[in-house]
Design a protein around this ligand. Structure first.
Ligand code: ADP
Ligand code: MG
Length: 260
């Protein structure tokens, strides 16, 4: 048995609306072993994003409630103070989203933004950060990295912007990458290239990945283990090959029937 990097016990997430608390994630438990990729799959509205935001404690405190235990690298995240959780978010867990533009500042060059991350989280000086930024851009296979680094985000295609976001994530050398539908907005060929890149990084950097998607085709490409979510509950989980070969829940079978 490998070490558990992340372990989630009875996670329940509720939101306050019109004076009433309503749960949208109901007592889910799962774990991620170090160096593996776990997919959470399910249709829109099933609670995938809320789960990942709750893990990072990125939900508004007044109008949301998170119950259950979240343990990361042996530390109990669920009771950690805000400063400590910010350190974990900056250094140990990185996140990428569907639309990279929302996380990039449109008025700063890519090199500047990567440099900021390297100076803040890795304590690098300016010159070192600049060199490392180019190396990271090359690492995520952005052509002509040394030139592109001077571009503003809007000059890049969606696929290239997602590569920049992956470079930003790598800049912190995270133990865990949470990727929330990172390829959903991309063309199919670009999608395949980004999946290849994430797989390669996972293998070579020894990172663990929590990959969130609504697409079983993507799950087959990327995940060691798969968690199927429906209406805020886990209906099935197991090795990806098992889920594909012998799906137990009717919802999993329905998802699989949509894979070409
Ligand atoms: P998914 O990522 O699987 O598409 P989400 O996790 O975004 O689904 O949403 C799960 C449910 O939680 C949805 O019904 C959504 O409307 C609700 N929800 C998400 N964020 C909030 C919020 N901040 N306040 C209230 N309800 C929310
Ligand atoms: Mg979502």
């Amino acid at each position: 048995m490998q070490d558990k990097l992340l372990s989630v016990q009875n996670l329940r997430v509720s939101f306050l609306s019109d004076g009433r608390w309503t749960s949208v994630v109901h007592d889910i438990s799962f774990s991620i072993e170090a160096g593996t990729t776990v997919a959470i799959v399910g249709e829109s509205g099933s609670g995938k994003s809320v789960t990942s935001l709750a893990l990072m404690r990125l939900l508004a405190p007044g109008s949301s409630r998170i119950e259950g235990d979240i343990r990361f690298s042996g530390k109990l995240l669920s009771t950690m103070n805000d400063a400590a959780i910010r350190r974990i978010r900056g250094n140990e867990i990185a996140m990428i989203f569907q639309e990279p533009m929302t996380s990039l500042n449109p008025s700063l060059t890519i090199g500047f933004q990567l440099g900021e991350v390297l100076m803040t989280h890795r304590g690098m000086g300016k010159a070192q950060a600049e060199a490392e930024a180019v190396r990271l851009m090359e690492r995520v296979r952005i052509p002509s990295a040394a030139t592109r680094i001077h571009d503003f985000p809007h000059r890049l295609s969606g696929g290239m912007r997602q590569r920049v976001m992956i470079a930003m994530a790598l800049a912190c050398r995270p133990k865990l990458l949470i990727a929330d539908e990172p390829t959903t907005a991309l063309d199919v060929t670009i999608q395949a290239q980004i999946l290849d890149l994430i797989r390669e990084l996972q293998r070579e950097e020894g990172m663990s990945v929590l990959f969130i998607t609504h697409d079983m085709g993507v799950v087959a490409e990327i995940a060691d283990r798969t968690i199927v979510m429906l209406q805020g509950r886990i209906v099935e989980s197991g090795m990806t090959a098992e889920i594909f070969n012998t799906p137990k829940h009717p919802y999993t079978r329905a998802l699989l029937s949509a894979v070409p």
